[in-house]
Design a binder for this molecule. Sequence first.
Ligand SMILES: C[S@@+](CC[C@H](N)C(=O)[O-])C[C@H]1O[C@@H](n2cnc3c(N)ncnc32)[C@H](O)[C@@H]1O
Length: 421
Amino acid sequence: MSSKHNVKSVAGKSLSAVIEQLGRSKDEQALPRIFEQELGALLQNLLLVISRHRCSFDFLLAQHCRKKIRPQLRQVFWWALAEWFFLDALTAPNIVNIAVEHVKQHCSRQEAGFVNAILRQLTKLPRDSSYLRHFSQVPEHVQLELPSELYSCLQKSLTPQQLRHCAALWQQPSSVFLRRCAGVQAPPPPSLEKLAPFNWAPNSEVYLYRPDNDSSLRQILAQPGQYYAQDPSTLLAPTMLDAKPGEILGDLCAAPGGKALMLAEALQGKGQLYCRDRSENRLELLRQNLQQHKNVQIEACDALQPDLPEKSLDAVLLDLPCSNTGVIGRRPDLRWTFSRRKLQELIVLQAKICRQSLKLLKPGGRLVYSTCSIDKKENEEQVAAILKDNPGLNLIKEQTLLPDKHNDGAYAALLHKGEGH
Ligand SMILES: C[S@@+](CC[C@H](N)C(=O)[O-])C[C@H]1O[C@@H](n2cnc3c(N)ncnc32)[C@H](O)[C@@H]1O
């Protein structure tokens, strides 16, 4: 088989696979993250490009077509535009032919004609990623590649400059960071570059992974208790809780366990850590991650109906389900699962979980409220409302991390329960 034929056949399969994956996507996890099959890297790349550039692809389509495009055809266009502007294996006629053949087979001849006409026009645009420059009056949310609902929510929490900074970062691939577990003595493998301490976690050793031939990420992570892959922003909440050996701790939304691991290390084998999470599946990972720590008890439990006695814990970590707006750089598809309605539901859930969890704290105990969101409604405003409802509670400190070159976004607040409560 000629290599040209092979490229076309792989491209045809990649179009079908893209459509299949986009069709499968659910609210909770818009795109699968690891593809084992033959097309692995190509498919992952196409889906990343589509997640990052859907806004501007839809803008281009709207400029060239006034009629409504149904979702399945739109996905074919996304694939074609991703191939044209961001990949370089296919010529324009190939892209158009593959798309048209797909639509003929799976939709109708009439729609194939429509796709043919639009794609012939679109592939006349020069093949480079700054295609928006050919248009005047591009709305800012399109320039920033943010769905309009997410854009307008973020505008309420960020300055225009901060919003532009975040949006630009979210178009770049994220780095991989590893935290060195407490007590590890062996020198780090050559592929790990030690970073300067982060001001929100001055005692944690964090490394940037630089792929090389000596030690793959898989090899490094295969040895339990050595390195844990986690973004530096995730160190904020457990560091703020400042757990001490001998304390009784609860991590009530604990899975998959990066923060719980830090709490277990801080206990140094003395005291007890209760890890709870509603999701049994996610707890499996947590069990693996904490297998070396004996004073950790792990159970599936809904934080709205806690299984621990009231006033039994010295400190609680509440790393709540949230809109995940701080980690869009790492998971570009998350921008497509955001909605105002879901945000509102999350805010209600966060407040309810917090109310239940405060009951578990001993008088004088502390709770860290944490999210990986950068929306003030889930962070500062939520904590202000919690303080208003709980006169015995004091805010000791709070910190927001906005996404940056070496960290995702996150928020944490340290709350102290008064002695008489
Ligand atoms: C942000 S993640 C926690 C990440 C974790 N702390 C870590 O460091 O790996 C939020 C977790 O809350 C869990 N969750 C959502 N609703 C819950 C509920 N009502 N009760 C307990 N856990 C819940 C989810 O299953 C998810 O694992």
